[in-house]
Design a protein around this ligand. Structure first.
Ligand SMILES: Cc1cc2nc3c(=O)[nH]c(=O)nc-3n(C[C@H](O)[C@H](O)[C@H](O)COP(=O)(O)OP(=O)(O)OC[C@H]3O[C@@H](n4cnc5c(N)ncnc54)[C@H](O)[C@@H]3O)c2cc1C
Length: 247
């Protein structure tokens, strides 16, 4: 079975981001592997351990993304592909076009990706990709079973779980709870240095959306102490009801 995992380099969620024009200011930002992509990587490794085959990690971006590709290789993925793109504005549609072209050549049985990227939060790439490739798409998977060319997945839905059946090849977006991602071992980190990362220059399709503006939320107003002890309760209730409007 050939499994391709898509990973994105995102700003560390601890970073205090600044906006520059219509984008994030990359200065001083520490980048990490998108946390949901760790579930996709782990699932690919677990499926290979169970069914055999090969696992390939792929990212679209500049050469800096090699760091996140190497992280996946250190966890146990076999090989990497960097689709090197110019850093002009693009959206999930543009990315899906470039990735779909490469996947059409690679012919994977399964494409795994995170359910969303924690920076842009589009939750769109998997769906666009499946549409472009004409494949079934299962989103927010919290369980996945493969049996030959048939598969079942459980999806997290409001208040419960939904079980779906589909056939391979397919695109599955991964949610927290699917597995427990492993840490890269020292051996894995050393072995990752020897694994191949294919670099392919790609031209991204024209985007279908444009960012009109971007701004940070307004600063939160300072807290206020309305009094102390039981005597303060009436004033607190009045403030919660008429000012904060939360009760
Ligand atoms: C070259 C380049 C230039 C960009 N320029 C801009 C810009 O100028 N302004 C701006 O605001 N945004 C820019 N982006 C970000 C881009 O708009 C978003 O990455 C895109 O819209 C997808 O949305 P998302 O990341 O929220 O994906 P989601 O659909 O939320 O992500 C779901 C999953 O898709 C996979 N995925 C997402 N991105 C990638 C990737 N790059 N490679 C591999 N897998 C991926 C991950 O597995 C992720 O968990 C750029 C991205 C690239 C690669």
């Amino acid at each position: 079975m050939k499994i391709v995992v898509l990973v994105k380099r995102v700003p560390d969620t601890e970073t205090k981001v600044k906006v520059a024009g219509k984008s994030l200011d990359p200065a001083g930002v520490n980048y990490i592997l998108n946390p949901y992509d760790e579930f996709a990587i782990e699932e690919a490794i677990l499926l290979k351990e169970k069914h055999g085959g090969e696992t390939i990690v792929m990212s679209v971006g500049n050469k800096d993304c090699t760091k996140e590709i190497r992280t996946a290789l250190a966890m146990g993925v076999d090989a990497g592909v960097l689709l090197e793109a110019e850093t002009n504005f693009c959206d999930a549609w543009s990315l899906a076009g470039a990735i779909a072209k490469k996947l059409a050549d690679m012919k994977p049985d399964l494409v795994l990706l995170g359910k969303q990227a924690v920076d842009d939060d589009n939750t769109a790439l998997g769906q666009y990709l499946a549409e472009k490739l004409g494949l079934p798409c299962v989103t927010v998977a919290v369980a996945l079973e493969i049996n030959g060319t048939k598969a079942t997945a459980e999806r997290q839905i409001e208040g419960g779980r939904e079980k779906v059946e589909f056939s391979l090849p397919a695109v599955v977006t991964c949610q927290k709870g699917l597995n427990t991602p492993r840490y890269a071992s020292m051996k894995g980190i050393m072995m990752a240095k020897k694994k191949t990362v294919e670099e392919v220059a790609v031209k991204l399709d024209a985007p279908k959306t444009r960012i009109a503006s971007m701004e940070l939320p307004p600063p939160r107003p300072e807290g206020r102490i309305v009094g102390e002890g039981p005597d303060a309760v009436p004033a607190l209730i009045t403030a919660l009801r008429s000012e904060a409007k939360v009760i």
